[in-house]
Design a protein around this ligand. Structure first.
Ligand code: IPM
Ligand code: MG
Length: 357
């Protein structure tokens, strides 16, 4: 029997409920594939601030470092929104990404056939389908650059710095091209090279890396145009590779295009098999604890963990198929509910997935 160590960070808000349900799925898959997952639950985000006065306790990072993968729910909530930047729950995410070296953030956005009506896009656009993968650089750029405040000419100022080196760009480009080889062999590199020097280096470097991937078609878009193209015709995209901040913005847009942010998982990876897996959505404090949250993004995050960290491709496919079957049978949580379908809560939705496994 294989054994893996998984650090579990439920976090705040709906994170707690959906992680609980996703772990049931993990356990069931483990039993089927003769694999044992040794779980260690740790705190990060608002709940850690409450208990330890810091968003990311050292002990939490240590447990993650000593694990084979991390399953994260969501962090944050209004209770901690007025804290200064360094103490906010979001700081835990930065600490985990930076501290674990997770430079490659994979955010797939795909629209399920039966959920097409949930997309805000016109039918003729969404009917062409959406199945894209954003590869977002996650440990560099303006998120981690020099920042500060000073006084210039007697006026209070603040600054943040976008900086990338060639090595950072190369490694994320390789991730994107490799992903494209397994998909539709197309990479769109998104930057602002008409203005930003860091974007010009980005574009030059991606162009160099592309020479090693002759089978992959590469094109470039400025980020403003990319934002527009994503709603004009999202079906044109396969893999999008971009910087930390552009990736942040475009992945929110891409998730909205699919109409079901509650369905989208993500993986944050480095060069070995270690990774952190979490839904794209936040902690949704307004519906927390009410059995209303959609657990599917968290469950699909488990599938990504199985695929990328444990090389259990078949088990991952099982989960994805189970989710699709439940959707095809007409079951919906509130966020993806449309008239005529069957409304279920968090627990019931997870139960239905479990039954299909
Ligand atoms: C995301 C989130 C985070 C980010 C926030 C919560 C710090 O928006 O993962 O996309 O900006 O990266
Ligand atoms: Mg974001």
């Amino acid at each position: 029997m294989k054994e893996y160590k998984v650090a579990v960070i439920p976090g705040d808000g709906i994170g707690v409920e959906i992680v609980g349900e996703a772990l049931k799925v993990l356990e069931k898959v483990g039993a089927k594939y003769d694999t044992k997952f040794n779980l260690t639950e740790v705190k990060a985000g608002g709940c850690a601030i409450d208990e330890f006065s810091v968003p990311l306790p050292d002990a939490t990072l240590e447990v993650c470092k000593n694990s084979d993968a991390v399953l994260l729910g969501a962090v944050g909530g209004p209770k901690w929104d007025t804290l200064p930047g360094e103490k906010r729950p979001e700081k835990a995410l930065m600490g985990l990404r930076g501290g674990l070296g997770l430079y490659a953030n994979l955010r797939p956005a795909k629209v399920y056939d039966v959920l097409k009506s949930a997309s805000p896009l016109k039918e003729e656009i969404i009917n062409k389908g959406v199945d894209l993968l954003v590869v977002r650089e996650l440990t560099g750029g303006i998120y981690f650059g020099e920042r500060g405040r000073d006084v210039q000419n007697g006026i209070n100022s603040a600054y943040d710095t976008e900086r990338y080196n060639v090595e950072e760009i190369k490694r994320i480009a390789h991730v994107a091209f490799k992903a494209a080889l397994k998909r539709n062999k197309k990479v769109t590199s998104v930057d602002k090279a008409n203005i930003l020097e860091s974007s010009r280096l980005w574009r030059e470097t991606v162009t160099e890396v592309a020479k090693e991937y002759k089978d992959v078609e590469l094109n470039y878009l400025y980020v403003d145009n990319a934002a527009m193209q994503l709603v004009r015709d999202p079906s044109q995209f396969d893999v999008i590779v971009t910087s930390n901040i552009f990736g942040d913005i475009l992945t929110d847009e891409a998730s909205m295009v699919t109409g079901s942010i509650g369905m989208l998982p993500s993986a944050s990876l480095r060069n070995d098999s270690f990774g952190m897996y979490e839904p794209i959505h936040g902690s949704a404090p307004d519906i927390a604890g009410k059995d209303l949250a959609n657990p599917l993004a968290q469950i699909l995050s488990v599938a990504m963990m199985l695929e990328y960290s444990f090389n259990m491709t078949e088990a991952a496919k099982d989960i994805e198929n189970a989710v699709e079957k439940v959707l095809n049978s007409g079951y919906r949580t509130g966020d993806i509910y449309t008239e005529g379908s069957k409304k279920v809560g968090t627990k019931e939705m997870a139960k239905l997935v479990l039954a299909e496994l």
